[in-house]
Design a protein around this ligand. Structure first.
Ligand code: ASP
Ligand code: MG
Length: 420
């Protein structure tokens, strides 16, 4: 008997039939004797639809009201799932994020969880009821309703699992696990059985959409084993665990665990920046103040006392970042600010890289042999990322997957449902 947190993503609860399937699975988990807390996302494309609606009534919707609007998507799911559970003979009770005490900071539309109180969830468990919690939302220290950023229900689930010291957190989605590459791009991609937290963290940071980055941070910091699996097939998925977890025993540390692609960022360049101390600090402080997430940074060598600085940001943040950069450029007496939407990031991730020299060199050679030009490079101890033209992303991912020996013997031919 265990305490399990199960999270169901948007495709898992997309329509009444899927909702009833989920209710049956929850009933079976209960019947096996486990205690259960459930976290739900909004149904199907509900969040996208609400965002569209917001932009139809306003050119620039205030973020407080955006949060108020978006949190309704998860409220619909949680209430409907409880109704379906009722019919399946399971006693269940729904709660908003605020009702279960998910306390966040005050940054609307991408709030960070500061604390999880969880009293009402604990009370429901003691009453032998299944608590169904709305994902992706909380209440700020200023008592405002907040959301955690797209995909944030994963974070709700893992944060709850950490607070309740659950035995595991099962993330149900529309893919059967974490793959060595996006199976829609690389037909030979393979499902990975076990990954270390650090690898999954790098993959999420590199653009893998399977798990929200912040949820993996929570899992690592609180040692919550995650099981990513499909609510379409219910088969065993991918475990994400600490490196000393028993599932890691007798596992070889692969040099490369996966190739990750990301076309969601743009490159911003400030030309002719004076080359003197404090300039980078001014630029990136201004971006931090505007809550823009900066990823890769490249500063060119200085010629005639000036340099160009390029960095990547989520495409969604370009509209915020550009005016901020224009202002800073003027203050610094720098030149023009440009942005480039036609880029993609391709990353290799693997814990075994630490002890295996030559990965970056081989990566660059493979890209060169395939005619892919590299525009930016960044590394960590277990990741190498490059920025390339978006049009070359698929070529790059496929070539690297093959060159690093990740291709499976047989084609991964199972039809994949469309991701939300
Ligand atoms: N419904 C939210 C979204 O679409 C949160 C989530 O699905 O995790 O981003
Ligand atoms: Mg999701």
């Amino acid at each position: 008997m265990a305490l399990i947190v199960q999270k169901y993503g948007g495709t898992s609860v997309a329509d009444p039939e899927r909702m009833r399937n989920v209710a049956r699975h929850i009933a079976a988990t209960r019947a096996a004797g486990h205690d259960l807390v459930v976290v739900v996302s909004a149904m199907g494309k509900a969040t996208d639809n609400l965002m569209q609606l917001a932009h139809q009534v306003s050119a620039n919707p205030p973020s407080r009201e955006m949060d108020m609007l978006l949190t309704t998507g998860e409220r619909i799911s949680m209430a409907l799932l409880c109704m379906a559970l009722h019919d399946a003979g399971v006693e269940a009770v729904s709660f908003t994020g605020s009702q279960v005490g998910i306390i966040t900071d005050t940054v609307h539309t991408k709030a960070k969880i500061l604390e999880v109180k969880g009293d009402r969830v604990r009370a429901a468990i003691n009453d032998k009821k299944v608590a169904v919690v709305a994902g992706f939302q909380g209440i700020s220290t200023a008592k405002e309703i907040t959301t955690l950023g797209r995909g944030g229900s994963d974070t709700t689930a893992v944060a709850l699992a950490a607070a309740l010291q659950a035995d595991s957190c099962e993330i149900y989605t529309d893919v059967t696990g974490v793959f060595t590459a996006d199976p829609r791009v690389v037909r030979q991609a393979r499902k990975v059985a076990v990954l270390q937290f650090d690898e999954m963290l790098e993959m999420a940071g590199a653009g893998s959409k399977v798990l929200a980055l912040r949820s993996v941070e929570f899992a690592r910091n609180h040692d919550v084993p995650i099981h990513v699996r499909s609510s379409f097939t219910w088969e065993e998925g991918t475990w994400v665990v600490g490196r000393h977890h028993e599932r890691m025993k007798n596992m070889e540390e692969p040099v490369i665990s996966g190739v990750v692609q990301d076309a969601s960022e743009s490159k911003i360049t400030i030309l002719g920046v004076p080359d003197r101390p404090g300039v980078s600090a001014d630029i990136f402080e201004a971006l931090a103040k505007a809550n823009v997430n900066v990823d890769m940074i490249v500063q060119n060598t200085s010629t005639a006392g000036t340099t160009d600085i390029s960095f990547t940001v989520p495409k969604a943040d370009v509209a915020t970042a550009e005016p901020v950069m224009s202002r800073v450029a003027k203050q610094l007496n720098a030149g023009a600010v440009t942005h480039d939407d036609g880029i993609a990031k391709v990353s290799l991730v693997g814990a075994g890289m630490k002890t295996s020299p030559g990965v970056a060199a081989k990566m660059f050679r493979v890209l060169a042999d395939n005619g892919v030009n590299i525009e930016m490079i960044s590394t960590s101890t277990i990741r190498v990322s490059v920025v390339v033209r978006a049009a070359m992303m698929q070529t790059a991912v496929q070539a690297l997957h093959t060159a690093f020996g990740l291709d499976s013997g047989d084609d991964y031919a199972a039809p994949l449902p469309e991701r939300k």
